[in-house]
Design a protein around this ligand. Structure first.
Ligand code: HEC
Length: 126
């Protein structure tokens, strides 16, 4: 049994909630290619800027603090807008604290994360 399995099921539920909450804004905007972002630097920024404190080092999320963010984050425009002007519990990050280039790197890091296993491959769920 892998230790991450139970956590994955919890965060899948969180992700579902999160998607439902943001579906109107997220999918109304065209996705932006993220090839400009530097994923290894984004991983460092994700820790240095404190995102990990609520979303976890692997952006896996935790029900009480913040949702899973990867490996398929919102479209970049919605992602960037949310970090600048969050509408819930998350604190806002202005452009002086986290620059647009930093955001592109963080986004590339989120996209680079491995996908969670398919639900029907998780023995505990059978
Ligand atoms: C103090 C805790 C906290 C910190 C620090 C934090 N977040 Fe969040 N974040 C949240 C919470 C909680 C939510 C869920 C919505 C809400 O309540 O704002 C969220 C939601 C988000 C969302 C929207 C996800 C979605 O699918 O709707 C994005 C994107 C995001 N955070 C990115 C970041 C990034 C990038 C950083 C670092 C620059 C960061 N967060 C730092 C708590 C945090």
């Amino acid at each position: 049994m892998m230790p991450g399995m139970i956590k994955d099921t919890v965060t899948l539920a969180t992700l579902g909630f999160c998607l439902a909450a943001t579906i109107t804004t997220a999918f109304a905007q065209a996705p932006t290619p993220s090839s400009a972002g530097n994923a290894p630097n984004g991983k460092k920024l994700f820790a240095a800027d404190g995102c990990y404190q609520c979303h976890g080092y692997e952006a896996q999320g935790a029900a009480p603090t913040g949702p899973r963010l990867g490996p398929r984050p919102l479209a970049f425009a919605a992602f960037s807008k949310y970090v600048r002007q969050p509408t819930g519990q998350m604190p806002p990050y202005g452009g002086r604290v986290v620059t647009d280039a930093d955001l592109a790197d963080i986004y590339a890091f989120l996209q680079s994360l491995p996908a969670p296993p398919a639900a029907d491959t998780i023995v505990l769920l059978k």
